[in-house]
Design a protein around this ligand. Structure first.
Ligand code: PMT
Length: 401
């Protein structure tokens, strides 16, 4: 899967450095040649010898080491890389990269490379959430660096929250996704919405729905894999940000989703609205938790704006794809939404079927085009469904140019 690929793995000094050993092993098993560069701090957690044995290649731990059997200086290594991965990436190495500092072998080599760079940050939660670290990561992302979101959990320092290095298998998969992609959406901007919205009733309760985000994230993953720049506007979900050029914007309310989608719409080529958006929201959000008083409680709801309909009205050159979650009259209801919202395509799923709709790993859909054509797909993984939808979008984009 990765044969013939050269991957440079930068290991910086955090407790998660030991997990980088398994990353090397997985990448090597997939056929890649892996060159490891360690910072001096990383070499205090795991010895260079361990990486040398696993990678089968010499390991660089200092800029000033005499090259032994490996006479490759940093520029040669930088240009040899098909992909440059830094895992774990500490706040220090992220800070240096974001600010153009090159004072050791790792920071010098990564600055000299033209290969895609993937960072897997891992650190204490408070450090990760520190606005300086976040700003550095955003800066690097805006410059085209890929960032794998850290996992949440109990960290070595005893704190619970984001900052844990994702599992080596996940990191190796991310790397493979970037290296193996057909780039037919290169230069295209996609807005993809995913998950369900939450409309607050009071500080502890909300009106929500059963959307897990799996369908939207699968679309984002497959679109990015094909080279698209994806803005993924997501309701609350546990899913990690898909690999590749994906900018994840997290929202809760439909109004927040609307604001982001409208802001990003003008220069978008494609919008896919897989999110389940609340049609109504409480007219009032109580400032304090509502007390249990009478036997009944009446909530007054008011209509949310229909975001997709608004996009349909503003549409210029964009391809607009909606989803329809139905429990009856699947095709008729979806066709009505396709027309009312001025869409190019709508993906209809009968959410009462096992293996379809909310939270399932598979989906069973019918794809309706604006020319009246209906394609019926069998049960497929959500990634496979996403690929079929993207192929159809590719066809529509090609017709426009
Ligand atoms: O997230 P998963 O667990 O993987 O589940 C996937 C899914 C079932 C949520 C997905 O496949 C799906 O069907 N998404 C659309 C669900 C839905 O809300 O459909 P709708 O018929 O209510 O809305 C039609 C379209 O208008 C949708 O594209 C929706 O995003 C959009 N809409 C709806 C209401 C609103 N106020 N604004 C909108 O933009």
């Amino acid at each position: 899967m990765l044969s013939g690929k050269n991957i440079v793995l930068g290991v910086s000094g955090g407790i998660a450095a030991y997990k980088a050993v398994e990353i090397v092993s997985r990448l090597k098993k997939a056929g890649a040649t892996v060159y490891v560069i360690m910072t001096e701090a990383a070499a205090k957690f795991v010895t260079p010898l361990t990486f040398r044995e696993i990678s089968g290649q010499p390991v660089v731990a200092s800029m000033w080491d005499e090259p032994k059997q490996w006479n490759v200086e940093h520029v040669a290594l930088a240009s040899r890389a098909d992909l440059f991965l830094i895992a774990p990436a500490t706040a220090n190495v992220i800070g240096k990269m974001a600010n153009g500092i090159a004072d050791d072998m790792l920071s010098t080599t990564v600055m000299a490379t033209r290969a895609p760079v993937v960072l897997a940050p891992a650190m204490n939660t408070n450090m990760y959430l520190n606005p300086i670290v976040q700003a550095n990561l955003h800066k690097l992302q805006s410059l085209g660096y890929h960032v794998i979101e850290p996992a949440c959990g109990l960290l070595a320092c005893g704190v619970e929250g984001p900052g844990r290095l994702p599992e080596p298998a996940e990191i190796a998969d991310y790397v493979a996704t970037i290296l193996n992609s057909v780039q037919d959406f290169k230069g295209r901007k996609f807005i993809i919405t995913a998950g369900g919205t939450r409309e607050p009733i009071d500080p502890v309760r909300y009106i929500g729905n059963r959307s897990s985000g799996k369908m939207g994230y699968a679309l984002a993953k497959m679109a990015a894999k094909r080279g698209a720049h994806v803005v993924l506007v997501s309701g609350p979900t546990e899913l990690p940000c898909p690999p590749g050029d994906v900018r994840l914007v997290k929202i809760e309310r439909a109004a927040e989703m609307r604001e982001i989608v409208l802001k990003e719409y003008r220069d978008a080529d494609v919008v896919i609205k897989a999110a389940a958006v609340a049609d109504y929201r409480p007219q009032q959000t109580a400032e304090q938790k509502i007390k249990k008083t009478g036997d009944t409680l009446t909530l007054v709801l008011e209509k949310n704006p229909d975001i997709l309909k608004e996009l349909g009205q503003l549409k210029q050159r964009q391809i607009l794809v909606g989803f329809a979650a139905e429990t009856e009259e699947l095709v008729a209801n979806a066709a009505q939404k396709l027309a009312a919202k001025n869409l190019d395509m709508i993906v209809a799923n009968d959410v009462t079927l096992p293996g379809a709709g909310f939270n399932a790993d598979t989906n069973i859909v019918k794809i309706l085009a604006s020319d009246g054509k209906v394609d019926e797909l069998p049960q497929m993984s959500k990634e496979q469904v996403a690929s079929v939808i993207l192929d159809k979008i590719y066809g529509l984009l090609s017709k426009k140019c």
